[in-house]
Design a protein around this ligand. Structure first.
Ligand code: PLP
Length: 427
């Protein structure tokens, strides 16, 4: 059969966007910026006119856009078997083995659930926590982000065997964001003081099912937990009967350079780890990894099913990603390039009063702009202007995050080179 193809003009594509998509639907930057991106390679994206853009905002294609090895692994698998069968497939079991080998020895993190997105992973983590506790109290960190789904079980009259899953509305207890630049606690004991807020929340709650925390907050504005924070906070949560959930969706898989998982930096072991974004390098692959104790509690009366999670194609991508991170030594590379970049940005900050703070770890970097270093008045409009100019004048894509929209965030592919870093600094 002959395929009929017709290239659409940019105007036609924009018309389709306006007609068929709700403006609220985040085809993220298309509302304000009708860039048409057709190709990706390494750290670069290419538009329809062939212009190249240095991509520091993506945080999905960790090993580089359209890495040929991931593409090959996916193509080969599609030709063999392209769906879940609900029977076993070697990719699924091999990926579970390889993934759990990335956790520190003795962590007990050995049981995997494969899903399709970070939101689904966190949703499932909530259910795991509820299965092992009568408490419905969940502690979350202010400005934290864990996903976008509603609890679809609540709207599903057909029940799998959800004993214990019904009526599972969480009671949320919010603790302050452990921000040592803008928040109330600063200095050497900030970690302990923010952890005391978690201890106080546990006390208020009485009992706790779970504590959700990003091991490095991304949309919250690149906030790294201050030293000692996770250790002490985890202790309080466990004392109150809860599990500690490390959301590694943004910061896992070696982005922190020296650590494969960001929580390792604080010397803690979570009970549940959720991950997504870079796992499949663009293929929808996410996971929840937990201990036998948590999974046993869940198994006792609950069944878990999802159609696409852990399908052989996405697992093939995940296996290739794990190989590439190791073989191309991307962690060491992220530590080195990220270290130089942060040092150079810190030097810039000494010369420009409106750079209030430069922070991060590995290739996870935030630059916070302020109008005044004493009042810390956020330079929101200026940050937006800088971001636009980086794109329009220098063809460098950056994102803006933080509660005041004044933090430029860099989370480039981990193959981001020293030369890429130089172009960004010069711009
Ligand atoms: N957790 C964190 C920390 C995130 O930043 C995100 C998305 O940005 C999610 C979870 C949700 O992931 P997804 O968009 O894959 O559902």
């Amino acid at each position: 059969m002959q395929r009929v193809e017709r290239a659409l003009s940019k105007d036609e594509i924009l018309k389709l966007r306006r007609k068929h998509f709700c403006p609220a639907q985040s085809i993220s930057y298309a509302n304000t910026d009708p860039l048409l991106i057709l190709r990706g390679e390494g750290s670069y994206l290419y538009d329809e006119a062939g212009n190249s853009y240095l991509d520091t905002r993506n945080n999905v294609c960790h090993v580089g856009h359209s890495h040929p090895r991931v593409a090959r692994a996916v193509a080969q698998q599609v030709e063999q078997l392209n769906t879940n069968t609900r029977y076993l497939h070697p990719n699924l079991c091999l990926l579970a083995k390889r993934l759990t080998e990335t956790f520190p020895t003795g962590s007990g993190l050995e049981v995997c659930f494969f899903v399709n997105s970070g939101s689904e992973a966190n949703d499932l983590a909530t259910r795991l926590a509820f299965a092992r506790s009568r408490s419905r109290n969940i502690i979350v960190v202010d400005h934290g982000y864990h996903g976008h789904t509603q609890q679809t079980i609540e709207i599903s009259p057909y029940k799998f065997d959800h004993k214990g899953g019904e009526g599972a509305k969480p009671n949320i207890f919010k603790v302050p964001c452990p921000d040592t630049f803008r928040g109330p606690h600063r200095g050497e004991d900030a970690g302990e003081r923010y952890a005391a807020d978690v201890a106080a929340a546990c006390k208020r709650a009485g009992s706790v099912a779970a504590f959700f925390v990003e091991s490095g907050m991304s949309v919250g504005g690149v906030i790294l937990p201050p030293p000692g924070y996770l250790q002490s906070a985890y202790q309080s949560v466990r004392h109150a009967g809860g599990v500690c959930v490390a959301d590694e969706v943004q910061v896992g898989f070696g982005r922190f350079g020296d650590y494969f998982w960001a929580f390792e930096q604080q010397g803690v072991t979570p009970d549940i780890v959720t991950m997504g974004k870079p796992f499949g390098n663009g293929m929808p692959l996410a996971a929840v990894v937990t201990t036998k104790e948590v999974s046993d509690a869940f198994h006792n009366g609950l069944e878990y099913f999802n159609t696409f999670g852990g399908n052989p194609v996405c697992c093939a991508a995940g296996l290739a990603v794990l190989d590439i991170i190791r073989e191309e030594k991307l962690q060491a590379h992220a530590a080195e390039v990220g270290g130089v970049l942060r040092r150079r940005l810190a030097e810039l900050a000494q010369r420009h009063r409106w750079i209030g703070d430069v922070r991060g770890q590995g290739l996870f970097i935030g630059i916070e702009f302020v109008r005044d270093r004493d009042t810390l008045e956020p330079a929101t409009a200026e940050t937006s202007d800088i971001c636009s100019r980086m794109k329009d004048e220098h063809k460098i894509l950056m994102s803006i995050d933080g509660p005041h929209d004044n933090v430029l965030v860099m989370k480039p592919p981990m193959c981001f080179s020293q030369a890429d870093a130089e172009s960004m600094l010069n711009a």
